[in-house]
Design a protein around this ligand. Structure first.
Ligand code: AMP
Ligand code: GLY
Length: 422
């Protein structure tokens, strides 16, 4: 069959790399892709937001499976549209994608079904919200209801900061309508873990764990980003905690979504805060798609063919599936462009990619890249995702860092402490 992958980041490069190895697959198309993806897939000049254009393309090319990378098309109902046109697509329908599309929906859902999460209040009026945060215990977390490109959760260390954050979300509307409603949430201490599972709406296949590094700089300093690196498996979850997560979070989420008439099919990403002292787990957020960059080390470790697993999610047969992993750990380090996650420059020529291609146990997934006159240049904040595998975490880590030293572009930076000191 031919497969269409939607998106253009490092996550999509990793998924394309994995899907292209499937014996079930002939041609892989990627809309729109990037220069790295286009070495293994055919680029399609349609943006992820153009769901009608993508649907027409899938019909014209008789695509056997479509895989959606980013959240926006899912929240906009791409799966509903494809299904109405008898096309096979992996992911949740619009009503289930609300788990990521609306934080108010997901927080109320968790409260209603007893899924552990931080205490919260919802506001749609600036004056009441500002009165509430004026004397509240800090730090406090303020979140925009809608999609905000991963920047919609703001940790406020003082009451004044909380009020000014509310002002920028609700009055200045820095995230547009996404900030018309906000959540004011208790700050949770602990360590974050991402648990990704493939589900068919009834059963769950939990993938190996991964840990993301959200802050821009070493020692978790600086602003939050989409993720500056990741490794898998995480060292912080004991078997007992892992089973608790299944019992308290994953199973109740899937069952409750089904009961609410919003069966969740596709990839469910739960962002968890784990407090190892208690030990206790809380859900920070749901995402309705693969994590970026968690997917990069996961794909490098995944031994099973991913295509039958996605088809099983669509066909309702996940309960019969097994999944096989390379037991060796994998580490991904992100090379970013100076200024990210705020304003950054683009069009900087990248060198050294070919040197990394010659290295063993390392794959360079491209993220924000493009071709300028035949040369690869920067085209985003997160530019390259160097991903490695090794006998132990230290050897995987040292391979990734040796490789990242080989690449350069004007303004390159990365975190030096991905998977360090574990
Ligand atoms: P979210 O978009 O809800 O995942 O939030 C983005 C990031 O903000 C998370 O990955 C955490 O690093 C941080 N965060 C969100 N909610 C909380 C919370 N209640 N307590 C502490 N940190 C949080
Ligand atoms: N790495 C975080 C995310 O994909 O949302």
């Amino acid at each position: 069959m031919d497969v269409l992958i939607i998106g253009n980041g490092g996550r999509e490069h990793a998924i394309t790399w994995k899907v292209a190895q499937s014996p079930e697959v002939n041609t892989v198309f990627c809309a729109p892709g990037n220069p790295g993806i286009c070495e293994i897939a055919q680029s399609v000049d349609i943006l992820p937001e153009d769901i009608n254009g993508l649907c027409q393309f899938a019909k014209d090319k008789n695509i056997g499976l479509t895989i959606v990378g980013p959240e926006t098309p899912l929240v906009d109902g791409i799966v509903d549209l494809f299904q109405e046109n008898n096309l096979t697509i992996f992911g949740p329908r619009k009503m289930a994608a609300e788990l990521e599309g609306s934080k108010v929906f997901s927080k109320n859902f968790m409260r209603k079904h007893g899924i552990p999460t931080a205490k919260f209040r919802v506001f749609d009026d600036f004056q009441s919200a500002a009165r509430y945060v004026e004397f509240i215990a800090v730090p406090v977390v303020i979140k925009a209801n809608g999609l905000a490109k991963g920047k919609g959760a703001i940790i406020c260390k003082t009451n004044e900061e909380a009020i000014s954050t509310l002002k920028s979300l609700m009055q200045d509307k820095i995230f547009g309508s996404a900030g018309e409603k906000v959540i004011v949430e208790e700050f949770l201490e602990g360590q974050e873990v991402s648990v990704l599972s493939i589900t068919d709406g009834k059963s769950i296949l939990v993938l190996e764990t991964a840990q993301d590094y959200k802050a821009a700089y070493d020692q978790n300093k600086g602003p939050n980003t989409g993720g500056m690196g990741a490794y898998s498996p995480t060292t912080i979850l004991t078997d007992k905690l892992y089973r608790e997560i299944e019992k308290q979070v994953l199973v109740p989420t899937i069952h409750a979504m089904k009961r609410e008439g919003r069966p969740f099919k596709g990839l469910l990403y739960t962002g968890l805060m784990v407090n190892l002292h208690e030990p206790k787990v809380n859900v920070l957020e749901y995402n309705v798609r693969f994590g970026d960059p968690e997917t990069q080390p996961l794909m490098m470790r995944l031994k099973s063919d991913i295509v039958p697993l996605m088809l099983a999610s669509i066909n309702g047969t996940i309960g019969n599936c097994n999944i096989e992993w390379d037991p060796r750990p994998s580490v991904c380090v992100v090379a970013a462009s100076n200024g990210y996650p705020e304003k950054y420059e683009t069009d900087k020529e990248i060198s050294g990619i070919d040197k990394v291609k010659e290295m063993d146990d390392v794959i360079l997934f491209q993220a924000g890249t493009k071709k300028n006159n035949g040369k690869i240049a920067t085209n985003g904040g997160r530019v390259l995702n160097i991903t490695s595998i090794g006998d132990d975490i230290e050897s995987a880590r040292s391979k990734a860092y040796k490789a990242i030293e080989q690449v350069s572009f004007d303004g390159i930076f990365w975190r030096n402490d991905i998977a360090a000191d574990l």
